[in-house]
Design a protein around this ligand. Structure first.
Ligand SMILES: [Zn+2]
Length: 474
C-alpha cells in the first residue's frame, strides 16, 4: 500500500540494494524455516482457490479477504512466521493475480494466474516491523520466540531513516536481503543543475556498453571488454564442467546420485556468481555515464533502442552474443540512475545511426572494425561514437560537431577477476607450468649473468655503462 506523502515535498524514487547475510548455522536454520513457512502460506492460498474453483466459486484474491482468512487461521499456524511476514506473501499473491487478470483482459492469452507451489517464498517486512541498526538487522518473528538478529555483509548505501522495507531472499544456496529505500532525487546548487536543452546521444554496444556523444563534441567511451571476457570464460567453464560430468548425468527418470546433486549445486553457485559479476559491472558502467553527464550539465540522454531487431535469428554465435549483452538491463540501470540524478532519458529509434556519415549524411556500409571512414567526404571516426552523435541529432541535440573535442575512456568491470594481475581468475589456466596460486606480475626474463661478469672484468671502467646498455637493448 503506497504511503500518502505530504504534498509539495521533494521528489523521491525507490531504490533497492542487495546484501548478503552473515549467519550462524542456527540463524540460517531459522531463516530457512521462515521462508519454508512463507512457501506454506503460498501453497495454502493456492489450495484454497483450487477448492473454490472446484466448487465453481469466485476465487479469493483481494488482499483484505486473504488477510481475514489468515486471521481465522490463528497464531502459530505457520511456525515462527509473524503475521506481517505472512501478509507480505498474501500481498504478493494478490498482486500477481490482478496483474495476470489485467494482462488477460488486454488480450494477452499467455498471461497465467499464479498456480505453482514453491518450497521457499521471499518475505518482505515494511518500515516499523523490523529494526536496522548499522549492519545489524532484526527480523520479526512471532510472539514468544527469541529475537532474530542477523548481520549484513556490507554497509547499506542509504541512511537508515530512508529505508522502507527489507525482503528476505534465498538464491543459489545463500541468504540475501533486499533493502528498499526512499531516496530523494538529486538537487543541485543554482547554476550547476543539468540543462534539459543539452542532449547527449547514447549508443549501446557489446564492445562498448555505452558510447556517449555530448554537445560541443565531447565524447565518452565505456569499454566492456572485461564483461565480454567474463562471458567467454563462463561459457568455456560451463562447457568444461558439463563435459567432465556428462558420463555421470542421470538418465531421464533416474534419480540423481549425491555426487550429481553436489555438481548441480556447484553449477548453480557458479551461475549466480557470473550473473552478479556482470550485473555489478553494468551498474558501474551506467554510474560512470551519469557522473560524466552530470559533470557536463547535460540534462537529457537520448538512448538508441536496438531491441526491435533482437528477435531476428542471427546464427548461434551471434544469438549467444546478443543474449549475453543484457540490453534491457543496460537501459534499465541507466534510466534508474538518470532519474535519481534528475536527468531526462528518452528512447530513440537507432536504425541507420551507425551507417550514416555525421558530416555529409551519406550512407556508409558497416565497417568491419571500430573505425568508420566515409568514402564521400573522407570523414573518419569511431563507429560507436558516430552512432551516438547521430542518435543525439535525432533527439534534437543537433549542435554536435563531427570532430570530437576530447574522448574520455573508461572501463566497465575493472573489479572482475583476471583484469588486474593481483586478482587471479581460477578459470584461467596458470601462466607458468606447475604454478599454484597467483602467477604474479609478468617480469621480463633475467639477463644472463656470466656474459656481463666477463665483460666487467675486462673493462672495469666501462662496466656500468655496458650493463646499462645491455639493459636498454634487451
Ligand atoms: Zn561523409
Amino acid at each position: 500500500m503506497p504511503r500518502r506523502r505530504v504534498p509539495k515535498s521533494p521528489r523521491v524514487v525507490y531504490r533497492t540494494a542487495r546484501s548478503r547475510l552473515r549467519v550462524t548455522r542456527g540463524q540460517r536454520r531459522r531463516l530457512l524455516a521462515l521462508l519454508v513457512s512463507a512457501g506454506d502460506v503460498w501453497a495454502c492460498v493456492l489450495e484454497l482457490n483450487a477448492w473454490r474453483r472446484a466448487r465453481q466459486d469466485r476465487p479469493l484474491v483481494s488482499y483484505q479477504a486473504l488477510c481475514r482468512e489468515l486471521a481465522l487461521a490463528g497464531p502459530g499456524t505457520f511456525g515462527e512466521l509473524d503475521s506481517a511476514g505472512a501478509r507480505s506473501v498474501l500481498r504478493r499473491y494478490s498482486d500477481a493475480w490482478f496483474a495476470a487478470a489485467k494482462r488477460r483482459k488486454e488480450g494477452d492469452r499467455t498471461a497465467r494466474f499464479p498456480r505453482r507451489r514453491r518450497a521457499l517464498m521471499p518475505l518482505r517486512w515494511y518500515h516499523g516491523t523490523f529494526t536496522l541498526a548499522g549492519r545489524r538487522l532484526r527480523i520479526p518473528v512471532t510472539r514468544g520466540r527469541p529475537p532474530l538478529w542477523v548481520r549484513l555483509d556490507r554497509h547499506l548505501p542509504y541512511p537508515p531513516e530512508q529505508v522502507r522495507s527489507v525482503t528476505l531472499v534465498y538464491d543459489a544456496g545463500r541468504m540475501w536481503v533486499d533493502v528498499t529505500a526512499e531516496v530523494p532525487v538529486a538537487r543541485y546548487p543554482a547554476g550547476q543543475e543539468p540543462d534539459r536543452a543539452w542532449v547527449a546521444g547514447v549508443d549501446l554496444g557489446i564492445i562498448h556498453p555505452y558510447a556517449v556523444a555530448g554537445p560541443g563534441g565531447r565524447r565518452l567511451l565505456v569499454s566492456g571488454r572485461a564483461i565480454r571476457a567474463e562471458h567467454r570464460m563462463h561459457l568455456a567453464d560451463t562447457k568444461a564442467r558439463r563435459k567432465a560430468v556428462a558420463r555421470r548425468a542421470p538418465k531421464p527418470g533416474q534419480k540423481g546420485s549425491r555426487r550429481w546433486r553436489h555438481y548441480r549445486r556447484r553449477q548453480r553457485l557458479a551461475e549466480a556468481r557470473h550473473r552478479r559479476r556482470v550485473r555489478q559491472a553494468q551498474h558501474e558502467a551506467a554510474k560512470t555515464v551519469i557522473a560524466w553527464t552530470v559533470a557536463r550539465r547535460i540534462g537529457t540522454l537520448a538512448v538508441g533502442d536496438p531491441r526491435g531487431v533482437l528477435h531476428l535469428d542471427a546464427g548461434r554465435r551471434h544469438n549467444q552474443r546478443t543474449r549475453d549483452w543484457r540490453i534491457g538491463h543496460l537501459i534499465t540501470v541507466l534510466k534508474d540512475k538518470a532519474e535519481l540524478a534528475g536527468i531526462g532519458l528518452q528512447l530513440v529509434d537507432e536504425r541507420g545511426t551507425s551507417s550514416t556519415c555525421p558530416a555529409c549524411r551519406s550512407r556508409i556500409p558497416k565497417p568491419p572494425g571500430r573505425v568508420l571512414a566515409c568514402p564521400a567526404c573522407q570523414y573518419t571516426g569511431h563507429r560507436d561514437l558516430v552512432a551516438a552523435a547521430n542518435i543525439a541529432a535525432r533527439a534534437g541535440g543537433g549542435t554536435t560537431p563531427a570532430i570530437p573535442a576530447g574522448v574520455t575512456h573508461r572501463r566497465a568491470g575493472a573489479h572482475l577477476p583476471g583484469v588486474a594481475p593481483s586478482r587471479r581468475d581460477p578459470r584461467r589456466r596458470a601462466h607458468h607450468r606447475g604454478a599454484h596460486g597467483s602467477p604474479g606480475r609478468h617480469r621480463p626474463a633475467r639477463a644472463s649473468p656470466p656474459k656481463l661478469a666477463r665483460e666487467s672484468l675486462a673493462t672495469p671502467v666501462r662496466s656500468l655503462n655496458t650493463a646499462r646498455n645491455y639493459r636498454q637493448v634487451h
